[in-house]
Ligand binder design. Structure first.
Ligand code: ADP
Length: 277
């Protein structure tokens, strides 16, 4: 079902002949519906923090608050502005991804640097609440210093950062998070972020990369997520000819893998694939 056709009928002069032009507009209707949904979602995501903010402003205007109360209200207000800032920043990232040319194959993103920056950001966000596996992973794997990815560094960094940030956000205090990279037998590259957090039920997996899709909307918002992270990651991977693989087991944890094809992996001193230690 759902097949939509547009028929344009041109009648011939006088003789009853008809010329019927049929064009399949299924795809166009689908993308229009998606755009409408997207705009509705964005509006909702902006309106929610805005409503909360407006409420706080009114409170401050109409009630005599003690200094401590004012402090608390201001903290809550700053959380809401932070949410809107994150949303706008992710929306801009998506718009840039859609509007910019495909990542060049002649610019190099050094793998070691990518991993170290993502790790450092993750550890800052974690604030010592998680255990990192292996300890200081990117810093000990010296082979990553000799590998680069052909592509756009800013995009690739945001992909790794998004996965690490999610692991930190969704894994409870005391949990373990791992960031590892390895070369595959076919010379492709895998960057993997795994955690022993809550995991994700099977029925959600296929939809995780949809914009604004969240397993648990109220919880996800508390964690500060915009709902756009994984759609950004998927987009970046597609643009680099790679893919995002997700495996998860409720109660056990999740494993997100960025898989890049051999064509995007540059090893100046390429030796055997076994040189990974
Ligand atoms: P969000 O900003 O809500 O984190 P994402 O697109 O990054 O949006 O992720 C979509 C959803 O996938 C999240 O809302 C969360 O339900 C789930 N998710 C992502 N990463 C993890 C993880 N490491 N562990 C458990 N659930 C996760």
């Amino acid at each position: 079902g759902g097949e939509a056709t547009l028929q344009l009928i041109l009648r011939g002069y006088g003789k009853g002949q008809k010329l019927v032009l049929t064009q399949d507009v299924t795809e166009r209707l689908r993308s229009e519906a998606m755009r409408r949904d997207f705009v509705a979602n964005v509006s909702h995501e902006i309106r929610t923090p805005l409503t909360v903010l407006a409420g706080f402003v009114e409170t401050m205007q109409s009630l005599p608050l003690s200094a401590a109360e004012r402090g608390r209200v201001l903290t809550l207000m700053s959380e809401q502005t932070g949410r809107m800032q994150a949303l706008v920043s992710d929306l801009l990232t998506l718009a840039q991804l859609e509007g910019s040319p495909l990542p060049p194959t002649d610019s190099l993103a050094p793998l070691g640097k990518l991993l170290q920056r993502a790790l450092a950001d993750g550890q800052t966000l974690s604030g010592g609440r998680h255990q990192w596996l292996p300890p200081e992973p990117a810093l000990t794997d010296s082979w990553t210093e000799r590998v680069a990815i052909a592509g756009r560094e800013s995009e690739l960094l945001s992909a790794v950062q998004n996965l690490v940030t999610n692991a930190v956000r969704y894994t409870p205090t005391g949990g373990q998070i791992g960031l590892v990279a390895r070369l595959r037998d076919d010379a492709g590259l895998v960057i993997e972020v795994h955690d022993n957090g809550p995991g994700i039920a099977r029925e959600h997996l296929a939809r995780l990369t949809e914009r604004f899709y969240r397993v648990d909307p109220s919880r996800a918002r508390e964690t500060g997520g915009t709902g756009l992270g994984l759609s950004i990651v998927k987009h970046v991977m597609q643009r680099h000819g790679g893919e995002l693989d997700i495996e998860s087991m409720p109660g056990k944890g999740s494993r997100f893998r960025l898989v890049l094809p051999a064509a995007r992996v540059v090893r100046p001193d390429a030796v055997a694939a076994g040189d990974q230690s």
